[in-house]
Ligand binder design. Structure first.
Ligand code: HEC
Length: 107
């Protein structure tokens, strides 16, 4: 199952989490604005073209960081998310993760 692989990645991210910058949720709120276009919509289905978008609200920040870093490095492939993640710095990712993990709008 896909999620099992991600549990491994998450564990790795937790072990070396000191390598990541401390996230600032206030800054993340602004930086996460573009993410709402896809991740903040009802039923988590993009209207057109129709595809499912994973729910982000309430995810652990470590998971969000691990996922975004994986897209950025090309370890996890998805054209849209690779494009999103590759424009983010490590600080952006930490800030966004700090915000998203607590954001009521994305639940
Ligand atoms: C154009 C639509 C779109 C935008 C904009 C977008 N995403 Fe995504 N996102 C997706 C889709 C579709 C997936 C599922 C990709 C896959 O299956 O790997 C995804 C997956 C993710 C995942 C992995 C979730 C999981 O459960 O594994 C994270 C984390 C994520 N996005 C964060 C973000 C952040 C942060 C932003 C803003 C910088 C953002 N996304 C912007 C469409 C989008």
């Amino acid at each position: 199952m896909k999620s099992a692989r991600w549990a491994v990645a998450l564990t790795a991210a937790l072990v070396c989490s000191s390598a990541f910058a401390e996230g600032n949720a206030e800054a993340g709120k602004i930086k996460a604005y573009t993410c709402y276009g896809c991740h903040g919509i009802l039923n988590y289905n993009n209207a057109y073209p129709t595809y499912h978008v994973p729910k982000l609200g309430g995810q652990h920040p470590e998971y969000i960081i691990a996922a975004l870093q994986a897209y950025k490095k090309g370890e996890r492939k998805h054209p849209t998310m690779t494009a999103q993640a590759s424009s983010l710095s490590d600080q952006d990712i930490a800030d966004i993760a700090a915000y998203i993990s607590k954001a009521p709008e994305l639940k």
